[in-house]
Design a protein around this ligand. Structure first.
Ligand code: SF4
Length: 346
């Protein structure tokens, strides 16, 4: 199957220069949903990350389905990486509770990575360097695979609906599929690439929305339906920001975290921002990496991994947050003992 629906057809016929106004943008997105309805998908799956794009997509789709009398089975999957910025995680939980009250017919899931695939086990246990643009090992492990596992349990044709948006200057900007650095939500577009493999349909109803429309929808339209989304803009410290993990080292400077920790309520999370900056710098130093035979820095040394673990424990103590689970800690110790992940394995 692997169909790319409606949005693609829309872009084919309207081209990249088309700039709908806000109401037109809503009408076109609903038109995309209408077109998808005729394709026979039993399950409509919304991939919700807590960010503005997936929030707008989720509200738009569920409210439209409600008006139609829920003609399909709707599912919302929240990707809980365990690394969300705490205030944003709390906001996402509030949203999901409200959603369940507003739409009792909708199934809500939280998709978490297995401990084996968690960020900390890969970083501190196996010694993977923190993810960066050329070695981005996190998105698939933390977000896509756990969501994929939920989708695989559904029997019958499934349609994945994401909040992916294309760049305003280039509606075919493929880089947006993975981006989290330019205001896009990390992982939202991966389904576009995965749809063929999974045998599901894919729909991005707000693909052609401008960023300001998304914000207006989240801040003005969704609250009118009863969703607690008015505060998202404030929590994120304004419109020009990113949504993703607090540890994210793929972005050069984490302005979202900077904004949050500069507010009185967010100050307690300053140690998280400090840890992230320290980790990035520490792991870039050659002496903290096992050098490959060609001299290129490879995995983190065992000594570096021990230092990171200590520092992480200190960060937990400073913030009062429990970041590493006992299971993850146990797996880390096991990897340190294994031949495959020690300093001499090439
Ligand atoms: S937000 Fe950053 S750290 Fe988190 S999954 Fe995306 S790229 Fe990786």
């Amino acid at each position: 199957m692997g169909q790319i629906l409606a949005t693609d057809e829309f872009l084919e016929t309207n081209g990249t220069a088309f700039a709908p106004d806000f109401q037109e943008a809503i009408d076109l997105a609903e038109g995309a949903l209408e077109a998808a309805l005729d394709r026979g998908f039993v399950h409509w799956v919304l991939t919700y990350s807590g960010g503005k794009d997936s929030t707008a997509t989720t509200v738009l789709t569920l409210e439209w389905l409600k008006r139609k009398g829920y003609p399909v089975k709707a599912h919302v999957i929240y990707a809980d990486t365990g690394l969300e910025i705490p205030t944003l995680h709390a906001q996402a939980q509030e949203f999901l509770h409200a959603l369940q009250d507003l739409h009792p017919e909708v199934s809500v899931y939280t998709a978490k990575p297995e401990a084996e695939e968690s960020f900390w086990v890969n970083l501190i246990g196996k010694g993977y360097p923190p993810p960066h643009s050329r070695f981005r090992w996190c998105t698939r492990r933390l977000k896509v695979t756990p969501m994929d596992a939920v989708v695989q349990t559904l029997e019958g044709k499934a349609l994945i609906i994401t909040g992916v948006r294309f760049g305003e200057s280039d509606a075919r900007d493929a880089r947006m599929h993975l981006s989290c650095s330019r205001g896009g939500e990390c992982g939202q577009g991966v389904w576009y690439e995965e749809s063929r493999r999974l045998g599901v349909g894919y729909l991005a109803p707000i693909a052609f929305w401008r960023e300001c429309y998304v914000w207006d929808y989240v801040s003005l339209v969704a609250p009118a339906f009863g969703y607690p989304t008015k505060a998202i803009e404030e929590i994120y410290g304004g419109r020009d920001t990113r949504f993703g993990c607090w540890i994210c080292t793929v972005v050069r400077q984490d302005r979202a975290m900077q904004k949050i920790v500069s507010s009185p309520e967010g100050r307690r999370y300053l140690p998280l921002a400090e840890f992230r900056s320290w980790l990035k710098e520490f792991t870039e130093q050659r002496e903290n990496r096992v050098l490959r035979s060609n001299g290129v820095p490879g995995r983190l040394t065992l000594h570096a991994r021990r230092t990171i673990l200590e520092r992480l424990r200190t960060t937990e103590a400073k913030t009062g947050l429990s970041i590493l689970s006992p299971e993850e800690h146990q797996l880390i110790l096991q990897y340190w003992q294994s031949d495959r992940y020690n300093d001499s394995y090439q």
